[in-house]
Design a protein around this ligand. Sequence first.
Ligand code: 5GP
Ligand code: MG
Length: 175
Amino acid sequence: MDSFEVLISEQEIERRVRALGQEIMADYAGKPLTIVAVLTGSLVMLADLMRQVAMPHRVALVQASSYRGARTTAGDLAVSEAFLVDVAGRHVLLLDDILDTGRTLSEIARRLESRQPLSVRSAVLLRKIGRQVVPFEPDYIGFTIPDEFVVGYGLDFDDDYRHLPYIAVYRPGAS
Ligand code: 5GP
Ligand code: MG
């Protein structure tokens, strides 16, 4: 049987996202802000976070897929450019569910930088320790977690379990 061990509760997430929203609001008050969220894992956090950032701001989505496995290299990340909105003259806050190797965020940040934004900063719900291969420092971090595979609150295993309201360590069963 698959096993789920709750790592971060619904209440802890709620509290932390509210605090991040306050921080972001203080930092971007009066500035043109666009939150660019990476599909699909950051959707749940985006929905919660944007309602905590109680000031005018825009939201955009970007699709990125990495081809995982032994052959994965930095060049293997596909970002669908069609999703990239006009960020010229705006501050960008890139949002993702988890920073693992750092490839996804560093590559999307690089692409956004070339579109004349006023600034590009980043926020992640989770930062996994001990896996990073590309130097990248998120500006806002929800929680730092050990090197375990987690699901819930937007994060999936094989596209499932995103609906869980908490973050759990997922261990697949034998079957
Ligand atoms: P990176 O490019 O930093 O290696 O990978 C980030 C992406 O890998 C995340 O957006 C997420 O889709 C996936 N990922 C990395 N670690 C985990 C994990 O523990 N659980 C889940 N569900 N996805 C993960
Ligand atoms: Mg993802």
